[in-house]
Design a protein around this ligand. Structure first.
Ligand code: FE
Ligand code: CA
Length: 535
């Protein structure tokens, strides 16, 4: 489908109550089509997005690859309700929404006109089936200073490498929201030869290439009851990383033939929209000058009154190809600046120049009078420098911010010069917990601390880096306060005007659904004093 037609369809479908005649449809009575659960997201002071996706028959991936597939009509209609109570006696909004084959039978409803800073319950209905009550909430009013925000951040949930006990625990954490930082799905087929790591479970899907493949992959992941419960507990704010399309891709560059990669990227992007609680506006505003038909504007600002603003970043869609990687080729692991002068090229960007400018403006707004207490850069990967070798020989990861040192320095300069009151960076991608001081210039170890970084471990994806090696890296990089590759889990951030607290929550055993959880470490950042401190 052409992007303009898709954008028109998405906008019409998300416009909640007024359904056009073409979307009227029969009801499939007495069939529960809600096996993929529900979700909510993108909270604003007056509303949020509600999401579900209809599916009939067994979910592909959970049955043999040649099992017959269920077939839904081109268009179905669902009803939805938003209420103040979980018994749905005090209903505040209700409507109908289309589930269209052209959008994978996903449903997005943008609810507006609600009270700020309130919890609500919602459900979807079709025929005789209704989804269980789910909770979501609005953000505080724009000028308000709320006492507290409590949210979890998580990333990297490879299906076969672990079970989602983390989400079982997360659902009980009394959260206002969940922030997901990428690798919601992994595009791989099951490994052909026995892998190094034991597998927690299997699936029967081929490597994702087409829109249908990516839809199946999201459906598989969404069958997990603990993931569904975490979506029912509170709104999510989501961004993506590489595996929503292809391992290690960068902007318009991936592995293999260029045309095939771009088609794959377009398929992965559409499936991401369909399966996430995103506003239709992510499709309507491609960045000017990008020149592709399939861009999704995932990056954006999410405010929590004047307490905090999340600058949700996209470090995949607009980045330049990793330094010294040949077009269509695979990523090299570590790079040394001596062997790869391209690494230092100031023209290379991680965010793309348009997103860099947008972020600079956002930070300046944060720092203005009546700005925000906490500026949060919520992005995909580790931000702080990790030199892998003792000097004078340096060596860096090619695909984290270390692979884009000039772009990182521009961002650091923007933070230093605009000087938001407090700057915290959140990340994922590396399947390890890192807690770091963010220095004004990582090449000068004595330069000022201007921010705090918490890079979270994976929900389930394995780390291939032994803990002993990680400790060596931490010793070589004194701004690293904690580095752990050996535990899976998530982090909880509790934010008040005076203090930020990050608690690293780790599972006893990611291979067990009934795994216990414990606190690995806790760090605080005091208002006005950059840098995490052990609590
Ligand atoms: Fe990952
Ligand atoms: Ca990744």
């Amino acid at each position: 489908m052409h992007r303009r037609d898709l954008a028109r369809l998405v906008t019409a479908a998300a416009a909640a109550t007024a359904l056009p005649r073409w979307s009227w449809s029969a009801t499939l009575r007495q069939r529960d089509l809600f096996a993929l659960g529900v979700a909510s997201g993108a909270p604003r002071p007056d509303g949020f997005v509600l999401w579900t996706r209809l599916i009939d028959g067994p979910v592909p991936g959970t049955v043999p690859a040649d099992a017959p597939r269920g077939r839904l009509p081109e268009a179905l209609t669902v009803r939805w309700e938003v209420a103040e109570d979980d018994g749905f006696r005090r209903i505040v909004r209700t409507g109908q929404a289309p589930a269209l084959a052209a959008l994978g039978h996903a449903v997005h409803v943008e609810v507006a006109g609600l009270m700020p800073g309130r919890w609500y319950f919602y459900r979807f209905m079709h025929g005789d089936a209704a989804t269980p009550p789910a909770r979501t909430r609005t953000a505080p009013a724009a000028g308000a200073m709320p006492d507290r925000l409590r949210f979890a951040f998580a990333s990297c949930q490879r299906w076969e490498q672990g079970l989602y006990a983390g989400y079982r625990h997360m659902s009980g954490e009394d959260l206002d929201l969940v922030l997901f930082l990428g690798d919601y799905i992994y595009e791989y087929a099951m490994p052909a030869k026995p892998p190094k790591h034991a597998l927690a479970r299997t699936h029967s899907l081929p490597a994702a290439q087409t829109l249908a493949d990516y839809r199946d992959r999201y459906a598989l992941y969404r069958t997990d009851p603990h993931l569904q419960a975490a979506h029912r507990a509170c709104p999510w704010i989501v961004t993506w990383d590489d595996h929503e399309v292809q391992n290690d891709y960068a902007g318009l560059s991936g592995s293999g033939a260029a045309d095939a990669f771009l088609a794959r990227r377009a398929a992965g992007y559409q499936a991401f929209y369909e399966n996430m609680p995103l506003r239709s506006s992510v499709l309507a505003h491609g960045l000017a000058g990008l020149g592709t038909h399939d861009a999704l504007r995932i990056h954006g600002g999410h405010a929590w009154g004047r307490l905090l603003r999340l600058h949700l970043l996209d470090t995949r869609q607009y980045r330049d190809r990793q330094a010294c990687r040949t077009p269509g080729g695979k990523l090299q692991g570590a790079l040394s600046p001596r062997d790869c002068p391209e690494l230092a090229d100031p023209a290379r960007s991680m965010l793309g120049m348009a997103q860099e400018r947008w972020l600079g403006q956002g930070l300046a707004q944060d720092a203005a009078p009546q700005g925000v207490q906490w500026s949060v850069l919520a992005q995909q990967t580790i931000f702080a420098q990790r030199n892998y070798r003792p000097s004078p020989e340096e060596s860096y990861h090619a695909s984290t911010w270390d692979g884009y040192p000039a772009a990182r320095q521009r961002l650091l300069d923007a933070v230093r010069d605009t000087a938001p009151r407090n700057t915290v960076l959140l990340g994922g991608d590396i399947h390890q917990n890192y807690v770091c001081r963010v220095l004004a210039d990582f090449s000068k170890p004595r330069s000022a601390v201007i921010g705090s970084e918490f890079c979270g471990t994976s929900i389930s994806s394995a780390s291939n880096v032994p803990q002993a090696r990680v400790e060596e890296i931490a010793r070589l990089n004194p701004h690293v306060l904690l580095a752990r590759s050996d535990r899976r889990g998530y982090a909880v951030a509790e934010v008040t005007p005076a203090r930020w607290t990050t608690t690293l929550r780790v599972l006893d055993d990611v291979m067990r659904e009934d795994s216990g959880i414990s606190t690995l470490a806790r760090f605080v950042v005091e208002d006005g004093r950059a840098g995490p401190q052990p609590a």
